[in-house]
Design a protein around this ligand. Structure first.
Ligand code: GUN
Length: 291
């Protein structure tokens, strides 16, 4: 079994981006990071994005509307950022408070600044295999992890566990694309799937993105499979100072010995999401200058 080291691969990408930003003429790329309220996981994700932006020379502009912000107020903020010529990328951290229609917010971000890739147009471009859009960061990160680990999906059975807009659907579309590294045979499973273990056991590459701690057990995995664990679950752990520990959607200790390769949590897909966000932001800046 070989561990896929997301920290190392993300660090390589960050280094490449840092050089690209240093070579840019004119102003630095600017990424607006909008976090509504104080969801603890979101606080930590946005902090990480801000730190990485600073590391590569991207101007990270953190905006913190209160949890009581109305949908109209959030729309007004996004409209202002859309119109601001000094802003290249806009990210609205999910999840949003329940009184806000998240999908409507994602649609409000102008496609040219939608570095999260959640806008209707950008998701449609993934389906159309049109590279002029932005691909959502976690799915893009998974594809990059596989490519840089030498895993070619061509002809392989890729089973995706989960159908979310943020991971499941777009990663399934990417694995399916008719291009080098992709060309997978893709099955998407979800909460209504019957006899799930029978399907996941067919997977040459299993992508777990359901948000349930240690859901994938050894009986669900074919020996020799590549397992990508997208879950980042906080489970209570009184023995830790924080009171919790992070665990993936895969029961790592029992599944890892079976796999040819597996991503750990933390240190697998997570750092790749941030690296892809930075790549999209630098790309947004380049496209906007070229336009
Ligand atoms: N919440 C979980 N993943 C993501 C992501 O990639 N982008 C945003 N904006 N929110 C998230």
């Amino acid at each position: 079994m070989e561990l896929i080291d997301g920290n190392r691969i993300a660090a390589d990408i960050i280094k490449e981006l840092k050089a690209k930003v240093a070579a840019l003429k004119g102003r630095k790329p600017c990424l607006a990071l909008v976090r509504v309220g104080d969801d603890p996981a979101s606080v930590s994700y946005v902090r990480k994005k801000e730190q990485t932006a600073a590391e590569i020379g991207v101007d990270g502009r953190v905006i913190l509307p209160p949890v009581s912000t109305t949908q109209e107020e959030l729309f007004a903020l996004i409209d202002q950022l859309n119109a601001d010529s000094g802003v290249d990328g806009i990210l609205v951290q999910s999840p949003l408070p329940p009184h806000i229609d998240e999908l409507a917010v994602f649609r409000r971000v102008t496609p040219e600044k939608d570095v999260d890739g959640f806008n209707t147009l950008n998701l449609g471009k993934v389906a159309q295999e049109d590279p002029s859009g932005f691909v959502a960061c976690t799915p893009a990160g998974i594809m990059e992890l596989l490519a840089r680990s030498g895993v070619d999906l061509k002809g392989k059975h890729v089973v995706v566990l989960g159908r979310s807009l943020i991971v499941g659907k777009p990663v399934a579309l990417l694995a399916l694309q008719k291009r080098a590294g992709a060309n997978g045979t893709v099955t998407i499973c979800h909460s209504a799937t019957r006899d799930l273990p029978a399907i996941t056991r067919l997977a040459d590459v299993l992508i777990a993105a359901i948000g349930r701690p240690e859901f994938v057990t050894a009986d669900m995995v074919k020996p020799g499979a590549v397992v990508i664990d997208v879950g980042i679950n906080r489970v209570p752990d009184p023995s830790r100072k924080t009171g919790y520990r992070l665990t993936g959607d895969v029961a790592f200790s029992q599944v890892a010995p079976l796999c040819s390769r597996i991503t750990p949590v933390p240190g697998g897909v997570g750092p790749m999401t941030v690296a892809m966000l930075m790549r999209n932001t630098v790309e947004a800046r380049l496209r906007r200058t070229a336009a």
